[in-house]
Design a protein around this ligand. Sequence first.
Ligand SMILES: N[C@@H](CCC(=O)N[C@@H](CS)C(=O)NCC(=O)O)C(=O)O
Length: 212
Amino acid sequence: MYHLYAFATPNSVKAVIMLEELAQDYQLRPINVKQGDQKSDTFLALNPNGKVPVLVEAGAEGNEPLVLTESSAILVYLAEKHGRLLPNGGAERARVFEQLFFHASALSPSFGQAGFFKRLASEPQPLAELRFSTEAERVTGLMDRVLHERRFVAGDIYSIADIAHFGWFWRREFAGVTLDGYPNIARWYDQMSQRPAVRRAITRLNALVPQA
Ligand SMILES: N[C@@H](CCC(=O)N[C@@H](CS)C(=O)NCC(=O)O)C(=O)O
């Protein structure tokens, strides 16, 4: 049984989709990042970086539980443990890591920072907003060209790299990104959205958000 500390956020949804794809038993532990739950002492004791998602897996007989942060590390851990959504080796596995590292080092930070400077910064920072919005748009164009050549982001097969990219495209509005003019991402996004595991994950996370 897994416990996942999460909220309706781009990085959280990746771990929830993965657990749903693997048909695992898990409990969602809501961390309302809008209210600052991620900065509580209890949560910081779990993840000193103060961010969701965090996966906790009970240890076998007397062993310490595994506490794992970073959405990409969680995806890799679950894929390897359950033998799904990550090819065993060779070029296919390398392509998945290429996309996953691109996600963690380029797409995710550009979307996150574009959204921050557009919506959350305490005072306008035009240069920073322009820099990250332009970068988010640039990587979106790049992804569209990748998906012109490939059915899924790392090739012909669905993988954890698709789950990673989906997280931020699901929350693209925060970053000010739309799919207008990106027909290949739109086709892939529709296909991803129709997966029962993806639908279940989104429903479960949306249910964590208090209604106004
Ligand atoms: N690199 C981390 C990023 C995690 C992250 O930025 N999580 C956001 C939600 S999507 C968060 O917890 N934000 C709250 C904060 O930074 O205070 C990952 O991939 O898991």
